[in-house]
Design a binder for this molecule. Structure first.
Ligand SMILES: *[C@@H]1O[C@H](CO)[C@@H](O)[C@H](O)[C@H]1NC(C)=O
Ligand SMILES: *[C@@H]1O[C@H](CO)[C@@H](O)[C@H](O)[C@H]1NC(C)=O
Length: 466
């Protein structure tokens, strides 16, 4: 730090020694000298102020990360992203509809995620969000996947993440191929259901309905997602190796007839599909394996509160209340590491999901419908921002947050939590009521009897409605 200031000073001195003084009169020389020294003094002051400013900024930036990690309490000021400053709310908020649309013949994909290469972010806001996901080791990446009618998300697998999807709209026929590949598990999924593809299982999604399918896909990684599509794997394989592995009629000549398409077939829909596919059947595998990979979230138990409803696709230690299909999912989910819990949160008009935090999970949410206000309570202040359809929010583990519905219609969230256990939560009213009243009296300088004014309700007020 001293060096920087020192160098600046040196520059100043150099300027002094190089200053050309050509006047003959001593007085004039003196006056010029004093003018010059005033100028140089100003210049020096200017340099020092700039240096101090730059240093302060870089110190704040350097201090932000470790502080964030250790205390899990977000910084309170604007966060410099390199040279630029971005509103600190963008550590917690991503306007997904504004992000890049990756178009394919059969649909489109958009992302709220961390990028290795800073140039891959479209905006500083997007970068702030991605950086926050990564630096807090969130285990979170979100993609939206739109598939046109008859379109196909090509068979593929992910090297570094489990995938948990929620179907917002449409009907899809899904295939999953596990280790060994003897059985492809296939099944139909409809709106409101949840899918689960463990890391490295090969899977495909075909839209078998008339309207678009719209999926929210949560991946359990905060690094860049690594994916390989079946067609890409095929065309990367040497012809003779492919021929010897598949042993087709016609040998290597059969393999050579396959042509890689110029356009990425990630979401595919050939114009001559009817010609290519003449006998498609959409069978469903036996329940005992199908229900490992999907969960009927919409049909699961509703946890009702005065101001809304919560439903959960998570691991339950006590599985007694689950039906037989849910038990299969429950067990299978818990056999894997780094899985996510999914949930829907519906908040009625004027309802409030009161301030709360989770002990054991980061949380990511997508606004499916409605609008509202989100608050993230910090040590010094609350960061509050509005949310609309398509927005993505991120709540780091332990960070207290609340959500208020500000529209007439219901505010519907799909949420993901980074835990393979039950999500552990503490609400504001619960912790205040559980704290001894004499402790509160001593802390807040209020008479002990005053704390009797905070009522205790029989019904859980997690989502309240005054
Ligand atoms: C269509 O496919 C099914 C199952 O793969 C098969 O049982 C049936 O014989 C096929 N029909 C024709 C006309 O090829
Ligand atoms: C899946 O959906 C397709 C298209 O709606 C339908 O033809 C098929 O019978 C369904 N399969 C099952 C097992 O329900």
């Amino acid at each position: 730090m001293d060096n920087l200031a020192f160098e600046m000073q040196e520059d100043g001195k150099k300027a002094l020694s190089m200053g050309k003084i050509t006047t003959s009169s001593k007085v004039e020389k003196k006056r010029q000298w004093s003018l010059l020294s005033i100028f140089l003094l100003c210049l020096l002051a200017c340099f020092i102020t700039t240096a101090v400013g730059v240093l302060t900024l870089s110190l704040v930036y350097v201090n932000t990360k470790p502080h964030f990690e250790q205390e899990a309490s977000p910084p309170h000021t604007m966060v410099p992203q390199g040279q630029k400053t971005v509103d600190s709310k963008f550590q917690f908020l991503n306007h997904l509809p504004k992000s890049q649309v990756f178009e394919f013949p059969g649909g489109a994909i958009q992302w709220a995620r961390y990028r290795n290469n800073i140039k891959d972010y479209l905006s500083d806001e997007e970068e702030a969000f991605g950086t926050s996901l990564n630096s807090l080791r969130s285990q979170m990446t979100l993609g939206t996947l739109r598939i046109k009618s008859k379109g196909l998300r090509a068979p593929h697998w992910h090297f570094n993440a489990n995938e948990h999807g929620y179907l917002v709209q449409g009907t899809a026929w899904i295939g999953v191929i596990d280790e060994g590949g003897e059985v492809a598990t296939t099944y139909n999924v409809t709106a409101g259901q949840v899918i689960f593809f463990p890391q490295n299982t090969l899977h495909w999604i075909k839209n078998v309905g008339h309207e678009d399918c719209f999926f929210l896909l949560f991946f359990s990684t905060h690094d860049e997602l690594q994916t390989l599509d079946l067609d890409d794997a095929f065309f990367s394989t040497p012809e003779d190796i492919a021929s010897r592995s598949l042993k087709p009629e016609g040998g290597i000549n059969f393999i050579r007839k396959f042509q890689k398409q110029t356009e990425d077939q990630g979401v595919n829909l050939p114009p001559n599909l009817a010609e290519l596919v003449t006998n498609a059947t959409y069978v469903q595998s036996p329940d005992s394996i199908v229900w490992r990979y999907f969960f009927d979230l919409k049909g699961s138990k509703e946890y009702k509160f005065p101001g809304g409803v919560i439903q959960l696709a998570q691991y339950w230690k006590d599985a007694d209340e689950l039906n037989s299909n849910e038990k299969i999912f429950n067990e299978f989910l818990h056999q894997h590491q780094n899985v996510l819990a999914l949930s829907t949160l519906r908040i009625y008009n004027n309802g409030l999901r009161q301030p709360h935090f989770h002990f054991n999970a980061n949380e990511m949410g997508y606004v499916v419908s409605g609008c509202g206000k989100v608050g993230i309570i910090n040590t010094e202040r609350t960061i509050e921002f509005n949310i609309h359809i398509g927005d993505v929010v991120f709540f780091p583990m332990g960070t207290q947050h609340y959500i208020k519905n500000t529209c007439d219609e219901d505010l519907l969230f799909v949420l993901a939590f980074s835990t393979r256990d039950q999500v552990q939560t503490l609400d504001m009213d619960d912790y205040l009521l559980a704290t001894s009243d004499h402790i509160l009296a001593q802390l807040f300088f209020r008479k002990q009897s005053e704390f009797k004014k905070i009522p205790k309700f029989t019904e859980d007020q997690a989502i309240n409605l005054p």
